[in-house]
Design a binder for this molecule. Structure first.
Ligand code: BDR
Ligand code: CA
Length: 305
């Protein structure tokens, strides 16, 4: 069997982060070295609890989890979450029975990277605060990162004077994103459109519920999903991002340039993509919906409660 891909997963769980954790934790190709939590979809305490809950349901007690940044690097901005106040759409569950690492996300990530004999892929499904903080505090760790695969931004053009479509992860901590984009590490951007293309339609949601008890639980969680993540079904932006690491052939990509543009009117920033400038990132432009759903349902069948 091919060597597994070692990864660090940075999450703000979050309904679609939950789907992403499931895809990664059940994939035989992926070796999760560490999960770090980050502020974003809800408070850091809720996010950490939700993350431990999902891992517990997957019986992956072996995966270390470290709590990360509770707020953005520099500026705290008000934001609305599509995941409900508690991050899992109001889904009620018992307190998870397994513990966090004592180290912070920064300490744990630094330890794993500095002691690793191989390069590690960093998957960021949250605002970029943890990874930006790591690059600030331990710039030498950049050499140990194979690639940063990050769910952020949109291919939708932003014109002058226009209110741009805000992608959540970019808008919550644009200063951190800017720092990450400036780094020399190879970066792949899994843009907003992937989740909105390969969304689970209502038939898929029904099939999810009928697959097994795990699917029934997921369907319950999906019910609390709101706003732009729910158009004709359930968008799993973060799930698509993990799918990119599992099978990049599922995607079409293009080399491009991403830069943070700060909009006074919004009091925040967006990741603006420009294909005419010197590329600094790889950007996903298309996802194979069939392949994504096949991966999702194949994974779900492996989940037993
Ligand atoms: C991103 O924002 C969050 O709401 C999701 O978890 C995803 O990471 C999509 O914009
Ligand atoms: Ca997320």
């Amino acid at each position: 069997m091919r060597k597994k891909i070692p990864v660090i997963l940075d999450v703000d769980t979050g309904i679609d982060d939950g789907v992403a954790i499931i895809l990664a934790a059940k994939c035989p190709k992926i070796d999760i070295k560490l999960v770090v939590t980050c502020h974003g979809n809800t408070t850091i305490k809720n996010i950490t609890k939700n993350t431990l809950f999902i891992l517990e349901k997957l019986k992956r007690f072996d995966i270390p989890v470290a709590e990360g940044m509770a707020s953005p690097l520099l500026i705290k901005r008000p934001h609305v979450s599509a995941h409900g106040a508690d991050g899992l759409g109001g889904y009620q569950y018992e307190n998870p029975g397994f513990d966090l690492l004592k180290e912070s996300a920064l300490e744990a990530t630094h330890k794993i990277l500095s002691e690793s004999q191989e390069k590690i892929t960093y998957i960021c499904l949250a605002p970029s605060t943890n990874i930006a903080n790591l690059l600030k505090e331990h710039p030498e760790d950049a050499d140990k990162i194979q690639e940063i695969v990050i769910m952020v931004g949109s291919n939708e053009p932003v014109k002058d004077g226009e209110t741009p479509y805000k992608e959540f992860n970019a808008s919550v901590d644009p200063e951190a994103l800017s720092l990450v984009l400036d780094s020399k590490i190879k970066k792949t951007i899994v843009s907003m459109e992937m989740g909105h293309t390969a969304y689970l339609n209502w038939k898929d949601v029904y099939k999810t519920e009928k697959t097994n008890a795990f699917g029934e639980m997921l369907e319950n969680i999906f019910r609390g999903y709101k706003d732009y993540h729910v158009r004709n079904g359930i968008a799993t932006h973060d799930g698509c991002t993990v799918a990119y690491v599992i099978d990049p052939t599922m995607f079409e990509t293009r080399e491009g340039h991403m830069q943070v543009r700060f909009f006074e009117k919004l009091g925040s920033g967006v990741g603006v993509i420009d294909y005419d400038k010197t590329p600094n990132v790889t950007i996903t432009t298309k996802i194979n919906i069939k392949k994504f759903k096949k991966l999702y349902f194949k994974t779900l069948k492996k989940c037993k409660i």
